[in-house]
Design a protein. Sequence first.
Length: 345
Amino acid sequence: MRYDVLVVGSGPAGGTTAYTLAKEGAKVLILDIKRAPGVPVQCAEFVPVQLKHSFPEFFPPEVIAQDVKDMVHFTPWGEVVSMNSEGYVLHRDRFDRRIVELAVREGAELRLRTRFLGFEDGRVWLEHIDRRERYPVEAGLVVGADGPHSRTARLTGEHTRNFLTTAQFTLPLREKLSDLLIYFRDYIPGGYGWVFPKGELANVGVGIDPEYPINVMDSLRRFVSELVSEGLVESKIVGRTGGWIPAEGVKRPLRGKVILVGDAGGFCHPITGGGIANAVYTGSMAGESILEGSLEDYEEEAMEVFGSSLNRAAEKRIKYMKSWDNLRFIIPRTWIAFEEYWKEE
Ligand SMILES: Cc1cc2nc3c(=O)[nH]c(=O)nc-3n(C[C@H](O)[C@H](O)[C@H](O)COP(=O)(O)OP(=O)(O)OC[C@H]3O[C@@H](n4cnc5c(N)ncnc54)[C@H](O)[C@@H]3O)c2cc1C
């Protein structure tokens, strides 16, 4: 079995890479340990409007749960700062599935319950998880789209070691919302709390720096009680999730015959945690560069478009967010909604 490209991971980064390549006739294998792409959802599900403009085919109506207009930030010192943030809260499972379906429709082969193990004898070793069967495949290139704890990154060089840890409940809203809400609180250290509306429901979560001595579930429960007592949400838990967010900035994505896209390459914002759009864009860029036979162009373009802003945010995280005792100083310097962010070098 020989493929032009093996794509490890069927999230938005891997799905987009496979789709971009298969559309032009490349022989692509995309694999995932999951039983179905996008399930379980580990996400607050917001994407900016620009992503739909760039990839309208990824956004059939059933993928969008609701439109949002602004992002409203609530500070512990009582200031409320609103910023335009037009976009969509998705049904993320449907979104991931849609991209993979497009890739398969274009001729990509999808193997689920299949784990990438590593490289040996110039071949790539995979494992069928249920059958516990290990076997090799040959591939001209391997695209590492295997998310925050990427094995492809780990086996080929520098990889992310610092993460934000998150926990999220889906809760009923008392009244529908048209904005994304962001809360900064002393009990959500090195991160923030979010309320992202999804029709009658909302994704309510916290992301914290795990180096602080607070349990992420305790932080989330405290956040939910605050929102319940404000009358924003009901306490009935409809869904639970969580996960890890790379918090270090971008790693060199080109490693010989292995190319990293999305969270695997650290293309996720180390402060806001936003990574879906970057995953899609890097997947598309990587696919185009592979088709043109110019892998260096991918590295150059990805670093130019994302490297400097994500690495700058990572530096700010280290500079300001490793202590959590003066939020009035830290928050305006680390969030783009505040003027101080832009003044600070
Ligand atoms: C709680 C939470 C909330 C978030 N909210 C938002 C948000 O609102 N907006 C936003 O833009 N971003 C958000 N993010 C970040 C966003 O989810 C990621 O940036 C995005 O999923 C990255 O896409 P990806 O394709 O790179 O990786 P993933 O979506 O993580 O996909 C990687 C895939 O690789 C598979 N895989 C891993 N290892 C292997 C292996 N060895 N073999 C085979 N398959 C493997 C995994 O099963 C997975 O399906 C959030 C993250 C979390 C945890």
